[in-house]
Structures are given as structure tokens and as C-alpha cells.
Design a protein around this ligand. Structure first.
Ligand code: ADP
Ligand code: MG
Length: 701
């Protein structure tokens, strides 16, 4: 079957609604989707009935309010469509408007950061009409998923979707004010567009099941490097192996059915690492679809005897995984506000928008960094690999030149022309080059007509990153509009404002190598924040600057921000403790016993060989026995030390103290335990080693 014939067949999208809903109902729903407002209960009843009929035709037996609590993953509770049986014992299938619009899961078992005292266990889920319902085909049956927000009894956001939707309203309002200043009277709203490139690893399921660290934590906590890593650069864009290709093909079909435009797929830099990217769409739909994609990846991998690892750093020593969040801003009349046109130097609207974005990124670099904070991302940002934890913007040659001219002279007289590329091959046409080269090291890079925010972790929701971007840009647009709406000499004032923004904030622009040590020092000289750990980002949520902005634009209240801080600390501490306990388990139950077995085998060999021949040379066995013994002693000492550390944190009550102690002491003790065990892996007979090695995991797929 052609893809176009089944694309979107599992989505209750506009086309299905138009077909199945009475005209007036369709236009009411469509109007709310386009312009906001509320759907009446009578209308909701009609939509619910049509939705249920459509879903049951597709095999659905249950529905769920599908929401995104602060766990970072999605939550669902399935309810069947059955209604109470009649006197004859028959039951009909039903979904009411009320069931569609609202649900009431017990909120007490989701992270709330103290927002919900235990006697306030109620939480509500409410239908997000702007993200279409879909059916999900799973081994437990086919389920109708209704995207919803999740809020407390008192209306505070307990999820990632609520603030995101609020931030989309904010940016629309203030971007429209900018457009009106430039004479645009047609656009009714402005929406962020997002395309998220998703990186992931695949490994064999049998091998996975032999590693408790992968099972409990999603990453390897031990493991010596394989003889080969990614040094030959032969993996990136390499031809795709059959087993992986089959996974990608099955994934694409599932995503296409759910209306997700999975498009790009390729091998990534590390062995066993891959990427999938969809075509961009409206921000909140992109956020939902990214969650659906991650879920589908895990589901399909399992079906095929594989496991999909979404952790930011499954393997030490090779690249980790991230998510490139491509972001732009478009009107409902399809104008991209980030399109510089051919001559950006005289495109005042673009320059104003750009200068506002630069101002916002500079002012709220700390919040952007926070928006990508998760325990797994600590192994990428500011650790062994890129992007760095310092936020900077890459503009490319052409725009950097324009900005420099404006900084120096107030306006830019010209811009670097787009050049032609001559390959030197006579049969090749001349190619028009892009106005900007790529810079893979920049965390926030301009890419032609969008910004690519590269810091988000591969396992994380992209909701918070987009919420922060939308809000900080809304604030900068609002400030610009406040000044310019009062202006009596618009051209003059807009030029002045653009120059002022660039002059005050161009310290955040950096076009060089973001991985270099020099940049770290240069960034410090420029006064740019460097927040190398998840724990160090938490206070950014509750600075005066953050609270004032988020409250002003109605995105988070102070109470919500405080609760989120708690959730972050708690989440970090819990993850580190699980990792530490898993290490203790593996060291105590797997590694140390295996090494003891190996030692006695060596000792046996020494005795047996000497018995057989008194003059025999047993120096190799003896040398090994000494080496192995030393490391065994070190491993056991480190194990005890880690055990103590875990005990100390377990006895604490304050989540911030727990998180800090985890970062400062537990993580160190974990490293100290890993070292001798990894060294032992290289000494001990492979047939005795209790778990699959890096080589087994990354190269045997
Ligand atoms: P790259 O070559 O950097 O991977 P691509 O052109 O392949 O860039 O795009 C990567 C992602 O960016 C895709 O999801 C794509 O749909 C998305 N994207 C492209 N244009 C825009 C835009 N204007 N706004 C938001 N996302 C976009
Ligand atoms: Mg890219």
C-alpha cells in the first residue's frame, strides 16, 4: 500500500472530523482549535460519540486521557467504552462529552513538588483540542488516546503541556504586536513551529536482559571501552544494517499511521546509534508527537528482539544522544518571521525579531540551560562532550557581518552575497551556497530560517525547552512593542532599538568552536553563565528575573516554579540513588563473585602446574593473581564507600541537600567503584565475565 493511503489513518484529524461531524459541530470545534474558546457540552457529546465510533472501527476497546506529568514520560489509564449493563445484561459502547473533556486521575502518585498536600489528592485532566486524538496499537490492544493537560484541584499545572500552551498564547500575542507595527493586519496568530531530531541507540534484547544497569537505569554503569569506538568515523551516515533497517521501516509505518511525518533517518556517530527526524509542525503537536515517537521506538524495538536506549549517555567513551529542537515562528498566513530574505541588512522586521531573540537568549541563558537539565544530560553538557553547558548563539558569516555593521554604525549598508560553489567537475552545475555554513558545536545555531537548540537530552520531553523559548522571546517582543507602539518616528526608533539590542547582547554571539577550552575561558570573561550540572540549574527557576517574567506572561506562577524546583532536585537524587544501588548490586552479586572465581582458578592453575612439574614457570598466573587481587581489594573498598554514601543520602530529608550530596559525593564514589571493575574486565577470562561487554553490545547487532 502507498504511504499516502495510510498516512494519518490512526489520527482523528481535521479530515476525519469534517467527514464524521455535522457541519455546525465541525465548524464550532474548528473555530476553537483555530481561535481558542470553549466547546459546549452538547457539542462535546457529539464529538465524543463520533470519536468513539471512529476509534472502535479501528479496533479500539479502551480510551485514555493521555498526559505528560513531570516524570518526563507520558501517563495513561485505560477505561473501556462499556456502559453499565441493562436489565438483560447487555452493555453498549459509549463515550460521553464529559468523559472526553475531563478526567480525574488520582494526582497523589505523580511528582508535584509539594504542590499538592496529601489531602488534596485530586488532579484533573482536560482535553487539549489543539492536538488531535489518536489510536495506539499495542500488545494489550488498541487504545484511543486523548491528549490532555493535567492540573491540580486548585488549577496549578502538574504537567508539561499546560505551561507550554500558556507560552504559545504569550508569544502569539506579542509577536502579533510586532507584526502590526510593520503594517501586517492580516495575521491572526503566530505559532512556533518545531521539528525535533531524535537520537537513539539500539542493542540486542538478549544482551540487554543480562545487564541490570541497562534494565534499571537505561545506561551502562560499568564497562571497559571496546577496542574500536567511533574513531574511524565510519558509522555516521554509514549504510544501514538490515536488522536496523527493519526496525526503521516498522517504526516509520507506525509513526506514519499516527500522522507523524518521520522523514530523515541515518546512522549517527557512535556505533549502534541512530537518528529519526520528522517534518516540523506546530509546537505543541510536535511535543506530543515526539513523546509518541519515543514510545513507539521502545515498543517496536521490543517486538523485534531489540531494545531502544533513549538515555543521554548509554556508553562511556562514545557520543551520547540528544535532541535537536528546531524552532521557528510563523503566522497563520504562513510567513516565517525568521526568514531573513535575500538582503537581511535591510529587512527591518527580521532584524528586530533577531535582535529580540539575541537579547532574550543572553538575558535568560540560565533558563535555557535549565530547560534541558536532566540527570542523563549531565554526562553530555559540560562533561565529556558537546554541546557545552555555556549558551551561545551561532549566526553564520552573513548575519554576523550584518550584526557587526549595525553594532559599529547603527545600520548595515550591505550584506555578504550568497556565493556559488564550483566543484571543479566540468559536468557539475554551479551550486548556490547556503548563506550560513553549519556549526555543529553551537548549542543555539541559526540555520537559514530557524534556530536549532541542540542541548535537549534524548530521553527528555522537549516541552520545557519550548516553553522557555516561547516565553523569553514573548518578553523581548513585548518590550520592543511597548517602545515602538509609542514611537513618532518609527523607522528611526526601530533602527535605534535593533542597534541597542545587538550592542547590549552581542556577547552571546559566538561563531567559533564551542568545544574548545579557549571558549570556556572566553565565555567566562564575557560573563556568560556556565551551569555544568542539573543541580546547579535549579535555582534559575526562582530568581526574581524568572518569577517576574513567567508570572507576567501567565506561564508559571511562583508556586509552580517552586514546585518544579523541588521536582528537579528530587528527580535527580532518585536517579543517582537508583544508579548507585544498581552498582552495589552488580558489584556485590556479579562482578566480585566472578573475580573471586577467576582468582581461585588462577591459584588452582599455579598449584596444579607446579605439582605436575616442580620447575615449571607459573609467573604469568602468579602475576595475574597479584594484579587481579589488588583490583579486587580496591573494588571492595570502593563498594563499601559507596554503600556508606548511599546510606547518608537515604537518611536525609531535604531534597535539595540530597541532590547536592548525590552530585558532590555519590557520583564520585560511583566513579571510584567503576574504575577497578573496568580494569578487571580487561584482565579476567571472558568466559567468566558475568555481563556482555561494550563490544558485545555496540558491535553485535
Ligand atoms: P539538518 O540538516 O540540520 O538536520 P534539516 O533541514 O534536516 O536540518 O531539518 C531538521 C529538522 O528541522 C527537521 O525536523 C525539519 O523539519 C525541521 N525544520 C526545517 N525547517 C524548519 C522551520 N522553519 N522551523 C522549524 N523546524 C524546521
Ligand atoms: Mg540538524
Amino acid at each position: 500500500m502507498k504511504v499516502s493511503e495510510y498516512f494519518g489513518e490512526n489520527v482523528f484529524n481535521g479530515a476525519v472530523m469534517r467527514q464524521r461531524l455535522p457541519r455546525n459541530i465541525f465548524s464550532e470545534v474548528n473555530n476553537v482549535i483555530q481561535n481558542g474558546g470553549q466547546i459546549s457540552m452538547a457539542t462535546a457529546d457529539v464529538v465524543a460519540k463520533a470519536l468513539m465510533e471512529w476509534a472502535t472501527e479501528r479496533g479500539a476497546t479502551h480510551y485514555t486521557h493521555w498526559f505528560q506529568p513531570l516524570t518526563g514520560v507520558t501517563a495513561e489509564k485505560h477505561d473501556s467504552f462499556l456502559s453499565p449493563p441493562d436489565a438483560d445484561g447487555r452493555s453498549i459502547l459509549n463515550l460521553t462529552g464529559k468523559q472526553l473533556i475531563m478526567g480525574e486521575p488520582d494526582a497523589s502518585s505523580f511528582p508535584s513538588g509539594g504542590l499538592r498536600a496529601t489531602h488534596y489528592a485530586r488532579g484533573y485532566t482536560a482535553w487539549d483540542v489543539t492536538s488531535p486524538a489518536f489510536v495506539k496499537e499495542m500488545s494489550c490492544g488498541t487504545i484511543l488516546c486523548i491528549p490532555t493537560v493535567f492540573v491540580s484541584y486548585t488549577g496549578e499545572a502538574l504537567d508539561n503541556k499546560t505551561p507550554l500552551l500558556r507560552s504559545m498564547d504569550a508569544i502569539s500575542t506579542h509577536a502579533l504586536r510586532i507584526l502590526r507595527l510593520f503594517g501586517n493586519t492580516e495575521a491572526k496568530k503566530v505559532l512556533p513551529s518545531v521539528g525535533a531530531e531524535q537520537e537513539y541507540f539500539l542493542i540486542d534484547r538478549e544482551k540487554y536482559l543480562n545487564r541490570r544497569d541497562l534494565i534499571y537505569t537505561g545506561r551502562t554503569l560499568f564497562g571497559a571501552p571496546a577496542p574500536k569506538g567511533q574513531e574511524l568515523e565510519d558509522q555516521y551516515f554509514g549504510s544501514i544494517r538490515e536488522r536496523v533497517g527493519e526496525f526503521m521501516a516498522a517504526l516509520n509505518v507506525e509513526l506514519w499511521k499516527m500522522g507523524i511525518t518521520a522523514t530523515t533517518q541515518h546512522n549517527e556517530v557512535a556505533p549502534g546509534q541512530f537518528e529519526s527526524a520528522p517534518i516540523y509542525c506546530t509546537c505543541n503537536v510536535a511535543v506530543d508527537q515526539n513523546q509518541m515517537t519515543m514510545e513507539a521506538m521502545k515498543r517496536i524495538a521490543t517486538r523485534q528482539g531489540l531494545v531502544c536506549l533513549l538515555h543521554e549517555k548509554p556508553f562511556q567513551g562514545v557520543n551520547g544522544s540528544g535532541k535537536h529542537n528546531n524552532w521557528s515562528l510563523a503566522t497563520d498566513t504562513n510567513e516565517n518571521l525568521l526568514d531573513p530574505g535575500k538582503t537581511p541588512n535591510d529587512n527591518l522586521q527580521f532584524l528586530l525579531v533577531l535582535s529580540c531573540i539575541i537579547k532574550a537568549v543572553d538575558r535568560h541563558a540560565d533558563l535555557l540551560r535549565m530547560s534541558t537539565a536532566c540527570a542523563g544530560n549531565d554526562h553530555r553538557l559540560g562533561a565529556d562532550e558537546a554541546p557545552p553547558a555555556v549558551i551561545s548563539i551561532f549566526l553564520g558569516e552573513q548575519l554576523e557581518d550584518v550584526v557587526n555593521q549595525i553594532v559599529a554604525n547603527g545600520t548595515a549598508a550591505d550584506c555578504v552575497a550568497v556565493e556559488q560553489l564550483d566543484t571543479g567537475v566540468s559536468t557539475m552545475p554551479l551550486i548556490n551556497k547556503d548563506a550560513t555554513d553549519r556549526n555543529r558545536t553551537s548549542p543555539f545555531a541559526f540555520a537559514g530560517n530557524k534556530f536549532e537548540f541542540r542541548m535537549v537530552g534524548s530521553s527528555d520531553s522537549i516541552a520545557t525547552a519550548n516553553t522557555v523559548m516561547n516565553t523569553i522571546f514573548a518578553e523581548a517582543f513585548c518590550e520592543a512593542a511597548d517602545v515602538l507602539e509609542r514611537s513618532e518616528d518609527f523607522r528611526n526608533d526601530v533602527n535605534r532599538l535593533i542597534a541597542e539590542n545587538f550592542r547590549e547582547h552581542n556577547r552571546v554571539i559566538f561563531n567559533g568552536n564551542g568545544y574548545s577550552e579557549e571558549w570556556k575561558q572566553e565565555a567566562a570573561r564575557r560573563g556568560l553563565p556556565n551551569l555544568p550540572s542539573m543541580v546547579s540549574t535549579v535555582p534559575t527557576l526562582t530568581t526574581d528575573k524568572a518569577v517576574q517574567m513567567f508570572e507576567k506572561f501567565g506561564v508559571y506562577t511562583r508556586v509552580e516554579l517552586e514546585s518544579r524546583s523541588e521536582v528537579l532536585y528530587e528527580n535527580y537524587a532518585k536517579i543517582i540513588l537508583i544508579e548507585a544501588k544498581t552498582m552495589l548490586h552488580m558489584a556485590g552479586k556479579h562482578y566480585i563473585p566472578a573475580v573471586v572465581r577467576y582468582s581461585s582458578r588462577l591459584a588452582d592453575s599455579v598449584c596444579k602446574v607446579r605439582n605436575a612439574l616442580a620447575a615449571a614457570d607459573t609467573s604469568v598466573q602468579e602475576g595475574l593473581l597479584v594484579d587481579v587481587g589488588k583490583r579486587l581489594v580496591a573494588a571492595d573498598a570502593a563498594r563499601k564507600e559507596l554503600e556508606e554514601e548511599v546510606g547518608i543520602v537515604n537518611a536525609m530529608e531535604n531534597v535539595s541537600e540530597m541532590a547536592h550530596r548525590c552530585r558532590d559525593s555519590v557520583v564520585k564514589a560511583m566513579k571510584a567503584l567503576r574504575e577497578p571493575i573496568d580494569a578487571l574486565e580487561l584482565l579476567v577470562d571472558k568466559s567468566i565475565w558475568p555481563v556482555p561487554t561494550y563490544g558485545d553490545l555496540m558491535f553485535e547487532l
